[in-house]
Design a protein around this ligand. Structure first.
Ligand SMILES: [Zn+2]
Length: 79
């Protein structure tokens, strides 16, 4: 089982968390976005191998969102 270190609660089991997606994406400004840019933001995702910044939600704990960097090849969390 994967242990995830919540910055507020400490290390907890993976079952308490939900994955929130890529934390490197920034929402485009609504007034300046084209349909293609919005499509890319909403639906298209990269599938990187190696360290990747991700959103995590401690759904069964403090219910806070936070970012962690995880190596997608090893599933280990890295600083
Ligand atoms: Zn927590």
């Amino acid at each position: 089982m994967l242990l995830i270190k919540c910055p507020h609660c400490g290390a907890r089991a993976q079952t308490e968390f939900s994955y929130g997606g890529d934390a490197t994406r920034e929402r485009p400004a609504p007034a300046a976005v084209t349909a293609e840019e919005w499509l890319d933001y909403v639906y298209l995702r990269d599938n990187p191998r190696g360290p990747h910044l991700e959103w995590w939600h401690h759904a069964a704990g403090c219910r806070r969102w936070f970012k962690l960097r995880r190596d997608t090849a090893t599933h280990k969390f890295v600083p």
